[in-house]
Design a binder for this molecule. Structure first.
Ligand code: KG4
Ligand code: ZN
Length: 330
């Protein structure tokens, strides 16, 4: 990784308690070209020396996706480079292949958990380009539960880091919030936990500490995530597990996963926290590993609901349409 820059919009959206899609895409438009210039300057390599340009094809907010896709296509066309759309969730998984103190020796196959603001997916990652979604959330994503709980507690946005900070002063065993094991399948559910926090805050009077609520919520959340991840890995017979996506930056989740992995005799890998939350390095890394595979050359379009395992092809299964970069740019 030669250079990695992030233009965060968290402060702008924080005023509204969540991402405002129109503002996000407009701000992307203002920031994207200066940011590309700066990252190239830091790396000391001109754009024309790149092997390819990659962008996030989805899932995500359509306006922001379009800014990335259009920028990538225009730059690729101008410099005669191939362009490829990367699945946002697959990109998160590639954080495991980037440098980090706790990613050394990462190997496939592995069972990985993607925990972000929009997704909670349990994935059997067999090889590059080969993954199976074993389970997912039936309602709220884990990050969404953190963000909604933060709002209930009167904390700022994004909620995950704020809840984690407050929880440090609390007792994780103070309140027995529910754990949704859903009869021990691989799916998740977090809306019941969020409702339990709301109900507790409404009915329990002034005697409780907010830090205890935050710590107890966080504990309920991470226990379910870690237990299901480890159990799925043992059942599949893989040797290692990993976590990625914004919530994977959470130190209590990392500790819980590490403890349970040790007890189960599994290797556990943890990408650097800054590479867990949304960033471009993981998109580049996913693209780099896809360059060898002809299947990587999909039409560079966006899809706000792109499912995991699909890379912006909109169901176009004609391989003849994928092999030629000029056709991709048309
Ligand atoms: O992957 P990500 O950066 O963006 C999406 O693709 O959604 O994940 C953002 C989510 C937010 O819900 C945020 O609150 C959560 O990740 N998050 C955390 C932490 N840092 C970010 N949740 C818990 N603990 C954290 N330290
Ligand atoms: Zn993400």
């Amino acid at each position: 990784m030669l250079a990695d820059l992030l233009a965060s919009q968290a402060a702008m959206h924080g005023r509204f308690g969540g991402v405002v899609p129109e503002m996000a895409s407009r701000r992307h438009l203002e920031l994207v070209l200066p940011l590309i210039d700066e990252v190239l300057a830091r790396a000391g390599i001109p754009l024309s020396d790149m092997s390819a340009i990659a962008f996030t094809a989805g899932p995500g907010l359509v306006g922001s996706l379009l800014v990335g896709a259009t920028t990538a296509r225009a730059l690729a066309f101008a410099h005669g480079l191939p362009v490829l759309g990367v699945n946002h969730l697959e990109a998160h998984l590639y954080a495991h292949f980037l440098p980090g103190a706790q990613t050394r020796g990462f190997r496939l196959p592995a069972v990985c958990l993607i925990v972000s603001g929009g997704h909670t997916d349990l994935v059997l990652w067999e090889d590059h380009g080969r993954l199976k979604v074993m389970g997912r959330t039936r309602d709220d994503a884990a990050g969404e539960a953190f963000d909604k709980t933060a709002r209930l507690l009167g904390l700022g946005y994004p909620g995950g880091p704020e809840v984690e900070r407050l929880a440090r002063q609390g007792d994780p065993a103070a309140i027995p919030f529910p754990r949704a094991y859903l009869d021990d399948g691989d799916d998740f559910s977090f809306s019941g936990l969020k409702t339990a926090v709301a109900t507790f805050l409404r009915h329990s009077g002034p005697s409780f500490r907010l830090a205890d609520v935050a710590a107890s919520f966080q504990q309920a959340c991470v226990e379910v995530l870690a237990a299901k991840l480890v159990r799925a890995a043992c059942r599949e017979g893989v040797k290692g597990i990993g976590i990625c996506g914004g919530v994977a930056a959470n130190t209590v989740l990392r500790r819980e996963v590490a403890d349970r992995a040790r007890m189960a005799g599994l290797a556990a890998w943890f990408p650097e926290p800054a590479l867990c939350t949304d960033n471009a390095a993981v998109v580049a890394c996913a693209a780099w590993h896809a360059l060898d595979r002809s299947v990587a050359w999909y039409n560079p379009t966006v899809d706000p609901n792109l499912p995991l395992g699909r890379v912006g092809d909109h169901g176009d299964s004609d391989p003849g349409k994928r092999g030629d970069k000029h056709e991709n740019l048309s």
